[in-house]
Design a protein around this ligand. Structure first.
Ligand code: SF4
Length: 286
């Protein structure tokens, strides 16, 4: 049972202001971790064309950060993870309105492209990049963790789900993931970061794959079985030779992250959520 005397009150204007700031920062300032991947790949890349693309990515990230302009024209659909402590109560507008207001103001003030249409068929732009795709999670404690991920669609469009048979096992997972990356080719703007969701239901697997993209580059899964599979997939994906911008080379992926969850005895869901080289997200704890 909740003890209302210990509930922490948060004014949702703080949420709105934080989201606004994170939208601009995520789009304009590629994180040091990600730039570190560009640098490391440049040192290893064997193809001259691949090297040139990586050099351009490094230069582009520098210019975007210095001039506070988006690193890519596709400033994405806003995906927001709101992890809310059970001892938090909100005052002011609803949290969903606060998040969407933050996105609207962030995209306006940051001169970020508005890319959202009202309906998948009528294609009329909403004009302010809302609504966001928001996932709420309840956790212990009295804090709110907000993560804003502007998700580009060149890579989102190449994402995929497969409901494998349990007997397909590790080989089935590897074949599906590598085939998905191969089909993405240059369209997903490689080198890629790839999130994999294993288990749960079809929808849970897709969400796990999206959440996997929040991991820090270079961090392997804490589950041995998943960490081993991540290493296998990274090596196999880089053997595809797609390379930076799809022009050939040995850097097709910067990293692959797996998040897994229990599943049904009759199924083996595998989801692949692809991010381009502009892996962008910001988080704040309030
Ligand atoms: S997929 Fe990424 S790099 Fe490609 S256009 Fe979209 S945001 Fe830009």
């Amino acid at each position: 049972m909740l003890n209302y005397e210990i509930m922490r009150l948060i004014d949702t204007i703080k949420i709105k202001n934080a989201v606004e700031k994170m939208c601009i920062e995520a789009c304009c300032k590629i994180s040091f971790d990600v730039i570190g991947c560009y640098d490391a790949a440049l040192a290893d890349e064997s193809s001259p064309m691949g090297e040139e693309v990586l050099r351009q990515l490094i230069e582009n990230a520098k210019i975007a950060s210095t001039e506070n302009i988006p690193a890519c024209q596709d400033t994405g659909m806003s995906v927001v993870f709101a992890d809310i402590g059970e001892e938090v109560s909100f005052t002011g507008m609803s949290i969903t309105k606060a998040i969407n207001d933050g996105i609207r103001d962030g995209y306006e003030k940051g001169f970020l492209r508005k890319s959202i249409v009202k309906h998948p068929l009528d294609r009329v732009n909403t004009g302010d990049n809302t609504p966001a795709v928001i996932y709420y999670d309840l956790l212990k404690g009295n804090k709110v963790k907000l993560t804003v991920m502007p998700k580009g669609f060149g890579s989102e469009n190449m994402s995929a789900l497969c409901m494998l048979k349990p007997s397909d096992g590790e080989k089935g997972i590897i074949d599906f993931v590598i085939d998905t990356i191969d089909k993405a080719g240059p369209n997903a703007c490689p080198p890629l970061f790839v999130g994999i969701g294993l288990g749960g239901t079809a929808d849970k697997a897709m969400l796990l794959a999206k959440r996997a993209l929040l991991r820090k580059p270079g961090d392997r899964s804490s589950k041995k079985i998943d960490a081993k599979l991540e290493r296998i997939l990274i090596n196999k994906a880089n053997e595809l030779g797609i390379g930076p911008a799809g022009l050939g080379g040995n850097t097709t992926v910067f990293d692959i992250f797996i998040e897994s969850y229990p599943t049904h005895i009759a199924g083996l869901p595998v989801a692949v959520n692809i991010s381009c080289h502009s892996l962008r997200h910001r988080e704040i704890i309030i």
